[in-house]
Design a binder for this molecule. Sequence first.
Ligand SMILES: *Cc1c(COP(=O)(O)O)cnc(C)c1O
Length: 481
Amino acid sequence: MTDEPEAARGLDPDDWAAFRANAHALLDAALGKMERARDGRVWTPFPDAMKAAFDQPLPQDGLGEAALSAQLEALLPYGAGNTHPRFFGWVHGSGTPQNLLAEITASALNANAGGRDHGAIYVERQVIRWCRELFGFPETASGLVVSGTSMATIIALKVARDAHLAFASRKAGLGAARLVGYASAEAHACNARAFDILGLGADALRRIPVNDRFEMDPAALRSAIAADIEAGLQPFAIIGTAGTVNTGATDPLAEIADIAEAQGLWFHVDGAFGALATLVPELHPRFAAIARADSLAFDFHKWMHVNYDAGCVLVRDESLHRRAFSDRPDYLKGEARGLAAGNPWPVEYGPELSRGFRALKVWSQIAGFGTRRLGDAIAVNCQQAAYLAAKVDADPRFQRMAPVPLNICCFRYLTPGLDGPALDALNAEIVIRLQEEGLAAPSTTRLRGVSVIRVNLTNHRTQTADLDQLLKDVAALGSAL
Ligand SMILES: *Cc1c(COP(=O)(O)O)cnc(C)c1O
């Protein structure tokens, strides 16, 4: 060893004791951030000095461990704010301290979960088995832990597309096939994006009108399918949403399943956050027809609070799933024994070969808290949304803009004599001020042509008092502006 040249010293620490001390201090800082998640501002813009610190030329020589730890620690105050109880924007999970431990463990293992026979493979299978059970999928269903619902949707719809074309599309492409699919007008943009990425074109995803509760109108779905068949197109899939991003609406999943079955179409469910509401006994019936889906895409990083990122795709028919992706060249050939065993490999169910051990933080969240406690947090968020809706309804300064079936409440601040674009602008400005002043972080959306303040509760740290404070702040800003 003593004869090794200096360059051969590798990348491990020179001084393990010093490295350990640094690592412990950084872990303490990270835990401190999480312990104080309720304190202080919601969002703090990234300061200019920090932007400059991350705008440096490519370094030839490293910082060294102490300076590196300092720079890592300096990042901690500058998240988007989704670990704070008054983060209400978009759909963000709020994370857990417990998940840090899984991330550290996964990082220490440095596992490549694309395949082969090692622990990560079995942990991921456990997660997929639990998800099958949770959503009533058969034991023969397959699945994959992925980055999020966007990726899960691409995988699910690729299986649907290829199955419809008898897998000829895998080699020959789409040829003259003119496939079309259906989702509600309120469906998430990731669905049309998947159509785009899969070569179907975003326009091939027909947007079906919704009723006054923002749920897909099944009669309109039936006539859209009939019109497309009449026009010589090939319907292949219907996407039902369990929890829309704008208002938390859930399409009539059982009715959509019936239509898909009658027409021989693939039934996919986008359950990004809403599907997990199936954990709440009173809400379960609304989501029970997910069990009839051919595929489901949902996230762990939203309403299960797994630290970013982690989502999941489940496919009812494992053989279709595998046929849409499997492709084992010689250098990835499986064996019955040895490290190349452990078949089938995850690479056979998705586009990625090398992939991290996301499944461990998911396993840790489910094993560590159990479904009852995770479900309770979801139930509380729904009660809070109903509480907020009632307060909005009882106060003439506010107007509620949509039903609140789940965890999202959309409303406006009203000013006598103000309407149209001026009222839109006022509400948009209120939201920006709330964010800039670090008071709260709702987001905005447009419903039936008007801008609204959108409060999404996928936050296990939110308390009722945070909602009271939000309405106070909205009213104070609204009257000051
Ligand atoms: C967030 C969301 C998505 C996209 O999921 P990602 O995890 O961000 O890729 C899709 N659909 C709905 C309803 C969502 O809320």
